[in-house]
Ligand binder design. Structure first.
Ligand SMILES: Nc1ncnc2c1ncn2[C@@H]1O[C@H](COP(=O)(O)OP(=O)(O)OP(=O)(O)O)[C@@H](O)[C@H]1O
Length: 298
């Protein structure tokens, strides 16, 4: 279990909780995910997995999009999902915060654990789960509200602030964590949609961290941004990895190499290989990975 020690920058209990009722299991499966033992993963060797997937299959109606995906994802590191278009990266990402539940006809089987707890167990409230597992999308999607209210939205819904000054402090801290405070502190009442694309994406990140997640999923977060805004987001991801488990889907292999410590390569709905990013990019074990990273398909 990922014990959160005092002063690590995240204010939360020692364990991931996402249900008010007990976490009665709906499917049999291991109670703990296996530790990461692969060599070549530097400091991550032996670290406990934050997210553990076993034999995850996903169907959209009759069409199978993911086949028996088993993967351990460490805390306090960035894991990149790479692979050609349509290989299932986003589908797998959406399994982690149960966003697939919202897609009609989508069926998920297998086991998906967060800190050793079944994210699909009876009694798990997906809405609560999504406060612990935040998501940032391709296109910045601030609400049509002020900068302040964009960030205060989640904490307000979840009753996280007892007073106006509590809320002010959550908003300030979140904007600081997203590297946006200095740019917006004098115009918090202005609309979030009036910011530049890169600032909007950092506002969305501030909104995500405001509810104290442990895990942040990012689905091609820079694809709508220019190179300067992209560099800022990448810097931010690098800073944030000290405190979060970050998973990023990216089409840019250069970006995966720059920001991630671990990489998972998907192809035709299967997880082909996973390992330390450096290893995957310099010494892949599977010829499909080799072909993809050398640009033979994609
Ligand atoms: N809502 C949906 N309904 C039906 N099929 C879907 C849905 N979402 C994804 N798929 C299908 O599932 C497969 C995997 O798609 P997914 O979006 O997960 O791939 P991806 O690797 O993220 O692709 P990209 O890199 O293009 O975003 C594809 O064949 C896709 O067409």
């Amino acid at each position: 279990m990922g014990q959160v020690t005092a002063g690590d920058g995240r204010e939360k209990g020692s364990e991931m909780e996402f249900s008010s009722a007990g976490s009665e299991r709906s499917t049999p499966g291991p109670t703990m995910v296996a530790p990461i033992v692969r060599s070549g993963a530097g400091t991550l060797v032996g670290a406990a997995a934050k997210v553990g997937a076993r034999d995850v299959n996903v169907f959209y109606g009759d069409k199978q999009a993911l086949f028996d995906v088993s993967l351990d994802i460490p805390d306090r590191a960035v894991t990149a999902f790479i692979g050609p278009s349509g290989c299932g990266k986003t589908t797998f990402l959406r399994c982690i915060n149960r966003m697939n539940d919202t897609i009609e006809g989508c069926k998920v089987s297998g086991t998906l654990q967060i800190e050793g707890k079944d994210a699909y167990a009876k009694g798990v409230d997906p809405v609560v789960l999504r406060t612990r597992v935040g998501m940032v999308f391709q296109k910045p999607n601030p609400f049509p509200k002020s900068i302040y209210d964009n960030v205060a939205y989640g904490p307000r819904i979840h009753g996280m602030a007892k007073s106006k000054s509590d809320m002010d402090s959550i908003v300030e801290k979140s904007l600081k964590r997203a590297g946006l405070w200095e740019e917006v502190k004098d115009r918090l009442a202005q609309p979030g949609t009036g910011l530049s694309g890169g600032q909007q994406q950092r506002l969305v990140i501030a909104r995500t961290v405001a509810v104290n997640p442990d895990i942040i999923l990012m689905d091609e977060p820079c694809s709508a941004l220019d190179p300067i805004a992209t560099a800022k987001i990448e810097e931010l991801i690098d800073e944030m990895r000290e405190n979060y488990c970050i998973i990023i889907v990216t089409h840019s292999m250069a970006q995966a190499a720059r920001v991630s410590q671990r990489t998972a390569f998907f192809h035709l709905g299967k997880l082909v290989e996973t390992g330390a990013t450096e290893e995957i990019f310099t010494n892949p074990r599977d010829s499909r990975t080799q072909d993809y990273i050398t640009g033979r398909f994609g």
